[in-house]
Write a protein that binds this ligand. Structure first.
Ligand code: TXA
Ligand code: MG
Length: 361
């Protein structure tokens, strides 16, 4: 494919001409990467089969993994979704534009290519002025997965998109760092009870508060039970994986730091490049080839913002083993731990056990 163009712009002062050009590329069947508040998206026309096929090809993504359709006005939803329950409007009023994706029954306007053959469609209205202007200029319906190569961490900077997709797409719009840093919460509204298929910035508690009813969680999104598939097809793939082997260490702060120090030292003594993911408070205890600090211990929003860039950084420094502290599970912390566990292939060590084992031998 031809050269990928790169253009910078800001939310505060949208370059109308550039957006018009980008919208035209999408209308004509091309692909444009753009910023959203969660991660960068790779946009194509959601209503054109060929565009969705191109998206899968550019990412190297399995075509049974459906795409999210991004809209910029609530009124536009009727063209792509039917049997829209009142809950959808309640959630849209509370959280759109914002980091929430809703699964609804699809209409015939949405080609099977966009939904990976499903009869449902994922819909989201992102909270980013560049994204909203682009969707409008592109005709209103932009299919956009995260703009990474399949299996890599999602991009939170335009530079990450360039690393992965240069030469495979038409244009990258650089709007700066994504302010949330993890993909949207996905909630399925096609069953009797709403169900979270992927945790994100909008938590179960926030959804329950707006809806006034219980919201289920698809426990299978962890992908640990191989015989049962999670409802969001994308959650079954090994995702967000750094090239090095990532292990999460859990337990009390003291045990975790002791264990990570010991494991990292062992590897480094063996001449293997080793990395650590930690909090600001514990940084001082560690020594490794590369250390990524996620922010203050309880600042899970900072961890969300930095996690993917950190995982990419270990790759660029050719780190073979990475040890990570675990992060508190409240609020967006649930989503942080979900992504971290996936990146680690669920390799989690209980620090207490290791210590006890050592004391008993
Ligand atoms: O924050 C986000 O949602 C970002 C930005 C760019 O908007 N997009 C994103 O897209 O994360 P992607 O393609 O990387 O992840 C979409 C997820 C996948 O796990 C997919 O299986 C699920 O949404 N999904 C899409 N359509 C679905 C459907 N009809 N039913 C169930 N899951 C669906
Ligand atoms: Mg993705």
């Amino acid at each position: 494919m031809a050269e990928t163009r790169f253009a910078s712009l800001t939310e505060a002062c949208i370059n109308e001409k550039l957006i018009e050009k980008a919208g035209q590329i999408i209308r004509e069947g091309g692909l444009v990467a753009f910023p959203t508040e969660t991660v960068y998206g790779l946009g194509g026309d959601a209503l054109q089969r060929a565009s969705s096929r191109k998206i899968y090809a550019a990412k190297g993504r399995p075509s049974d993994n459906p795409l999210i359709v991004h809209i910029c006005r609530w009124e536009d939803i009727g063209k792509i979704a039917k049997k829209i329950p009142p809950e959808a409007e309640m959630l849209a009023k509370a959280f759109w534009p914002g980091p929430l994706t809703m699964i609804l029954e699809k209409t015939d306007a949405v080609p099977a290519e966009t939904t990976g053959g499903l009869s449902t469609v994922a819909v989201r209205m992102p909270r980013n002025e560049i994204a909203l202007a682009l969707i409008k200029a592109a005709g209103g319906y932009v299919a956009a997965p995260s703009a990474n190569t399949s299996g890599k961490p999602s991009p939170t900077l335009a530079e990450h998109v360039r690393e992965d997709l240069s030469g495979r797409i038409d244009l990258i719009l650089d709007g700066g760092a994504a302010c949330i840093g993890l993909e949207s919460t996905i909630v399925d509204l096609t069953e009797d009870r709403p169900m979270i298929l992927r945790p994100g910035y909008i938590t179960r508690e926030m959804l329950q508060q707006v809806l006034g009813c219980p919201v289920d969680v698809d426990r299978l999104f962890t992908g640990r039970e191989p015989e049962q598939a999670p409802k969001a097809p994308g959650m079954k793939y090994r995702h967000y994986a750094p090239e090095g082997e990532l292990t999460i260490v859990s337990g009390s702060e003291q045990d975790v730091t002791d264990t990570i120090c010991r494991l990292a030292e062992e590897k480094m003594r063996a001449g293997v490049r080793t990395g650590i993911i930690c909090s600001k408070e514990t940084r001082q205890f560690y020594h490794a080839d590369h250390i990524e600090v996620m922010g203050a211990r309880d600042d899970t929003e900072a961890a969300a913002r930095q996690l993917y860039a950190a995982l990419r950084c270990f790759d660029s420094k050719e780190i073979a083993y990475i040890y990570s502290e675990s992060f508190p599970g409240a609020g967006v912390g649930t989503a942080v731990m979900n992504r971290l566990l996936k990146a680690a292939g669920h390799r989690i060590l209980a620090a207490d056990n290791i210590k006890n084992r050592r004391e008993n031998t």
